[in-house]
Design a binder for this molecule. Structure first.
Ligand SMILES: Cc1ncc(COP(=O)(O)O)c(C=O)c1O
Length: 501
């Protein structure tokens, strides 16, 4: 229904059947008229009473629409002068700022050496389109968001107010307790809640541990290849990185022994990144013995330990250590969702003070509200249930990937199924160049990461990291078929076809 109101030279169409409220429709109509210049700046709008009468609306509806226009800067209310169209519209302001030229530095900007190291770090950025086989993404469409929202609402109602101030540096006490209990049962981690420090993801754990434990120039043994975030955090602390190869049993302790002693050893024993191997129990014990001999710290990134598909989980290094030298890191980024930014560091008792103090300088603590909701999620048994579901979902996704790879990629890419985690490695046939393959895959709308991108030394074989966690079986199958086309292109020396061509 279109209506004309006296005092506003515009036709407003208000439809009582629309899914939009009448208030919203009125607001939209007036805003459009203002932006189109049909209601000019400074023009007085009719009173709420007369407009309500003309349009057969309640006065409250009109007042609310005006209120929104005023709040957003499209209209102004003046005592005694009623409501007028604003002289400067928000859109004009946006145009002005868009036209502003930022000042150009008239000197050579100098940042610190540490700043330069950080600037060279490889970070995970926000991505838009998700395509197979991008690493690092769990199945976000399976996150029980409604349940999470209900728990958030309940938490807000019950204890929300008590969570608005500053809290303990180590994190929300009930969450630390829940994490300590969970880790004891599922990972054999031995700690009190005091030793659990809630972090902003495991990345912050890597950063704080590096800052607290290392002096510039300290030698650190690090797996080669390794997760770039680990390397960057260590480098930001000025560490001298000593790459140690990884074989089928994990971190090669024997090789490490031939190198100069280190102050810290950084490993991801549950699911090595990116090779996916699990460090054997024998290696874990050897590594701990060696660390004791060197008086070194061990930084254990227990990444992806929750999703194991075959064999029983091996106890965390932290639980095998009798010496208090392991700093254990974990995260909810893959078990729940990465934007939650919650993880944990379990540190030896003597390090609780230095870690929490460092945290107080960095960001004080993680948001309390999210920590409280997560506590409810764990305490209610939902976390365990979610993990069980996701484990079988990911197992099925990996099986789909393996089966389709066997069908389409034979002679091109040999997949090694992962025993844990959301990604696995495919080894390329010797005639296929990693970089050329990565480019060709991108042209076929497939995202693969060359293993060499994570390595310092030249690796014996070329391979790709393929992550299956975030993709439905049909996406996985289609992705594999497109990858096969890409690999055939490279083998035949064809230039990558442009996407969509
Ligand atoms: C091995 C490893 N460690 C740490 C992280 C950091 O994750 P977050 O900070 O989200 O917990 C990642 C992220 O993908 C990872 O792959």
């Amino acid at each position: 229904m279109t209506k004309k109101a006296a005092g506003v030279p515009v036709t407003l169409s208000l439809d009582p059947q629309s899914s939009l409220t009448l208030q919203r429709q009125l607001y939209d109509g007036l805003r459009t008229a203002i932006l189109a210049g049909r209601l000019r700046p400074g023009r007085r709008l009719p009173s709420t009473r007369s407009l309500a009468e003309d349009l057969a609306l309640s006065r409250n509806t009109v007042a609310a629409a005006f209120g929104q226009l005023i709040a957003e800067g499209y209209a102004e209310a003046r005592v005694g002068a009623g409501t007028t169209v604003a002289r400067t519209l928000p859109e004009d302001l946006r145009k002005v700022t868009a036209g502003l030229v930022p000042p150009v530095a008239r000197f050579r900007p100098r940042i610190s050496r540490r700043g330069a190291t950080l600037a060279g770090a490889r970070v995970t950025a926000g991505f838009t389109t998700l395509r197979p086989f991008r690493p690092g993404w769990p199945a976000l469409d399976h996150v029980p968001l409604e349940l999470w929202s209900r728990l958030a609402a309940r938490t807000g109602r019950r204890i929300g107010r008590s969570l608005l101030g500053y809290g303990e540096l180590g994190g929300y006490r009930p969450l630390r307790k829940a994490i300590a209990e969970y880790l004891a049962v599922s990972r054999g981690v031995r700690c009190t809640e005091e030793q659990v420090i809630v972090t902003s993801g495991s990345q912050q754990g890597l950063f704080v541990a590096s800052q607290v434990l290392l002096d510039p120039g300290d030698r650190v043994w690090i797996e080669d290849p390794a997760y770039p975030g680990t390397r960057s955090a260590l480098q930001a602390a000025g560490a001298r990185l000593v790459p140690i190869p990884v074989d089928l049993e994990g971190f090669d302790v024997r090789f490490a022994e031939t190198r100069a002693a280190a102050r810290l050893v950084a490993v991801a024993p549950s699911h090595q990144y990116p090779l996916g191997v699990t460090m054997t129990l024998a290696r874990r014990l050897e590594l701990l013995r060696l660390a004791r001999r060197m008086r070194a710290w061990v930084l254990e990134d227990d990444y992806d330990s929750e999703f194991r598909y075959s064999s029983r989980p091996i106890a965390a290094l932290q639980g095998l250590d009798h010496d208090g030298r392991v700093i254990y890191l974990g995260t909810f980024s893959k078990t729940l969702f990465p934007s939650l930014r919650l993880g944990y560091a379990v540190v030896p008792v003597e390090l609780v003070g230095p870690f929490t103090a460092a945290r107080s300088v960095l960001d004080i603590h993680s948001p309390l509200f999210e920590q409280a909701v997560l506590t409810e999620f764990i305490a209610g048994g939902y976390f365990e249930r979610h993990l069980r579901r996701m484990r079988s979902l990911y197992e099925e996704r990996q099986q789909t990937l393996v089966a389709e790879a066997e069908r389409c990629l034979s002679g091109l890419l040999e997949l090694t199924p992962a025993r844990a985690g959301l990604q696995c490695v495919g080894w390329l046939a010797p005639d296929l160049d990693e970089r050329a393959v990565t480019r060709a895959a991108a042209a076929h709308d497939v995202e693969v990461t060359p293993i060499s991108a994570f390595a310092v030394r030249r690796l014996a074989r070329s391979g790709l990291m393929l992550s299956f966690g975030a993709f439905e079986p049909n996406q996985i199958r289609a992705g594999v078929r497109r990858l096969a086309e890409a690999l055939e292109d490279v083998r035949a020396g064809r230039r990558p076809a442009r996407l969509g061509a």
